[in-house]
Design a binder for this molecule. Structure first.
Ligand SMILES: NC(=O)c1ccc[n+]([C@@H]2O[C@H](COP(=O)([O-])OP(=O)(O)OC[C@H]3O[C@@H](n4cnc5c(N)ncnc54)[C@H](O)[C@@H]3O)[C@@H](O)[C@H]2O)c1
Length: 360
């Protein structure tokens, strides 16, 4: 603890540097990634490694995969396990920041099992934040979700849009944002909630991707339909969008991961230590609204194969969706997405073919 504070101040200054010298020194920066064996957390971990930031992964493998932690500093365990968190910080006293991507994420499951979701995503996260603060770490990036927004008439949202989470899953995210805001106001913690829109794709180097064979989100269902010659269901056709299907902002998971690298690099500019503000929220999306029918068209073009399609009602917890109109990520993080929806579809298909050999 004695040398952690000066080290953090030093690193805080280093993170403001750009160019080769700054990047060389970034090699000394270390980040704890909770949920780093999952889809997004493992991609963030890869992006950090590529950027010269040293990751330490913590994951209880409830949905994550041990294969995604190969060659990486990895602690298997729960975010609520205080003794384990203390051990992680004791063995890595130079951890400068935390990325909190650990959570349960399946919306219909959260409707059926709300208490499990509040326990895993809220109660355990409260414990985790407590352990992080107790260990003197003051930079915190939280994986939040655009599903907490109430979209306006045009479905575009920014960070000032109304918050109206409609599923237990989304509510756990909204609650955690308030927990973080209140904790940051009362302690030395500085926290940024990154509100993700709809991640697609895989690590372009194919180190990681979606771990489950039949994902429940729309692109996963398209791939399942293609690979197994099944019918694809457009779930929800009466939404007030341009074609009646839900609208999403599909962001490539590698772009999302790069935004975390940028958020780590620019953390102290967004929330200076000792500054007036200690909490912020930033949307991470492309800014383009794509309907499910438009995604279906793009998918059939990339896959070069027509699918059999049916139309059904929405699933429990489904919402019309939204896309970001915010420019905060570009301005504050100096970040812009580079991959297209078609790139995301192509990388998802590539990963899906590779997945059985990477994940035994
Ligand atoms: N995938 C999306 O569409 C999406 C959209 C918006 C926000 N998010 C958020 O991004 C984060 C990552 O999502 P993902 O898609 O990578 O999901 P994922 O299930 O692939 O990853 C979550 C990881 O957290 C781990 N985990 C869960 N509970 C834990 C606990 N108590 N202790 C330790 N580890 C635990 C799991 O084993 C898994 O590796 C989540 O917080 C999620 O809410 C995801």
């Amino acid at each position: 603890m004695v040398w952690v504070l000066p080290a953090m101040l030093l690193v805080g200054n280093l993170w403001r540097q750009e160019g080769d010298a700054g990047r060389d020194r970034l090699a000394r920066v270390k980040v704890l990634i909770a949920g780093g064996a999952g889809f997004i957390g493992s991609t963030v971990t890869s992006a950090c490694i590529d950027a010269g930031i040293e990751p330490v992964v913590l994951d209880n493998l409830v949905t994550g995969r041990v294969e995604f932690t190969a060659g990486r500093a990895f602690y298997e365990g729960d975010i609520a396990d205080g003794a384990l968190i203390d051990r992680v910080f004791a063995e890595h006293p130079d951890i400068d920041a935390v990325v909190h991507a650990a959570a349960l994420i399946v919306v219909p499951e959260s409707v059926a099992e709300p208490l499990r979701y509040y326990r895993e995503n809220v109660s355990k996260s409260v414990e985790f934040i407590d352990h992080v603060v107790r260990n003197g770490c003051t930079r915190y990036l939280f994986s939040s979700s655009a599903s907490i927004y109430r979209p306006g008439d045009d479905f575009a949202v920014d960070e000032h849009s109304a918050i109206e989470p409609l599923s237990p899953y989304a509510r756990t995210k909204a609650v955690m944002e308030w927990v973080l805001e209140d904790t940051a106001a009362a302690t030395g913690l500085r926290a940024i909630s990154l509100r993700y829109f709809n991640p697609i794709g895989a690590d372009p180097k194919m180190r990681t991707g979606l771990q489950i064979a039949k994902p429940s989100h729309v692109l996963g269902k398209l791939i399942t339909a293609l690979e197994n010659d099944e019918v694809f269901s457009v779930t929800g056709i009466d939404w007030p969008t341009r074609d009646g299907s839900g609208i999403r902002d599909f962001i490539h998971v590698w772009d999302l991961a790069q935004a975390h690298v940028q958020a780590l690099r620019h953390f102290d500019e967004v929330l200076p230590e000792g500054g007036e503000r200690s909490y912020d929220v930033i949307n991470l999306g492309t800014g383009n609204g794509t309907t499910v029918r438009e995604l279906l068209d793009a998918f059939q073009a990339v896959a070069d194969k027509p699918l059999r399609v049916e139309e059904t009602g929405p699933r429990p917890g489904d919402t019309v969706g939204s896309y970001t109109r915010s420019t905060r990520a570009r301005e504050l993080l100096h970040w812009a997405p580079e991959f297209s929806t078609e790139d995301g579809i192509r990388h998802s298909l590539e990963w899906s073919a590779l997945r059985p050999t990477v994940l035994s």
